[in-house]
Write a protein that binds this ligand. Sequence first.
Ligand code: GAL
Length: 387
Amino acid sequence: MGLRFSRLGSVAAAGVLAFALAACSGGGAGSGGGAPEAGGATQAPEDLLVGVSMPTQTSERWIADGNSVKEQLEAAGYKVELQYANDDIPTQSQQVDQMITQGADLLVIAAIDGTALSSQLQAAKDSNIPVISYDRLIRDSPNVDFYVTFDNFQVGVAQADALLTGLGLKNKDGSAGTATGPFNIELFAGSLDDNNAFFFFNGAMSVLQPLIDSGQLVVKSGQTSIEQAAILRWQQETAQKRMEDLLTGAYNDGSKVNGVLSPYDGLSRGIITALQNAGYGGAGNPIPVVTGQDAEIASVKLINDGVQSSTIFKDTRLLAEQAVVAAKAYLGGTQPEANDTETYDNGVKVVPSYLLPIVTVYKDDIQKELIDSEYWTAEEVASGQAG
Ligand code: GAL
């Protein structure tokens, strides 16, 4: 099916210019710049190229995200260039540059460092290429058109609630639990160059801070700021190292850590390894309550085995679907529909966003939320490995 572009005159004029420029530069598969053809002629999806830039393949969620976006765009007929940047900022910049040179008509970007792509985005803007920020907000640039993500503040709230539930201070339904504490906890946060890290941490602290203030929760290390809790690039090994340091520092007097706020399953696995190496999880020494995010298969197995307490499930298939809905809107010459136009100020403008809901998963929820929904199979959950 051909697509008919119906943009406003000025945008169309810019598009014609971009088209001409792309033609001059021998601009690859796409027409260059999501641009309507001169005279408003129809343009078939197979003539349009979407560049998809993902941060890393070391985390399975981004592989799933990349594959879902690519499959869904291809099913709609578009050409797709999918690249992973190995968590390396210059690599991502180069890959995005290349997508623009190839004549991409639209970009979908999950940034490694939310502030590092400004010149690429300016080039995209100059070629009239719409940019969709995927899951992580691109900051400090006016040239971000749309943001698809989950309710990230709510992720943090849910992680803190899951920590309190695991400790017995709260019940799943939000009512007060039977435990009273005080409990020793430690706090972890994500990468400070990822805008999401702040939303997760602030969401969690909105729940935890009053209990820390009242003494029911004790952060024995005293490390309560996001800068102290942050783990650069969300690295599992770095989280393991920090947990080891916390144990040998704040807990060398025989006291026990009862719970750990972890914002992401990869960090949770590093934290759990450090705890197990220090003897937690053995007889009479229960593994602390550890939270997570992303429902990564290795962590879902740990939850199933009673080692990790919970994760936050964000269905990446739905996020990909939403990115594709937004992409189709732009490529069809319309604006995607936002359901939040207030929360995500990127430092230059509030980026219209589409936020998806999240689900907390404890052991009891694995069947319903992850297996029945066909996110993972029962075999994968049992083995801890995808595929
Ligand atoms: C965040 C994302 C999380 C997690 C983390 C590490 O930006 O929202 O779901 O994937 O990166 O990859």
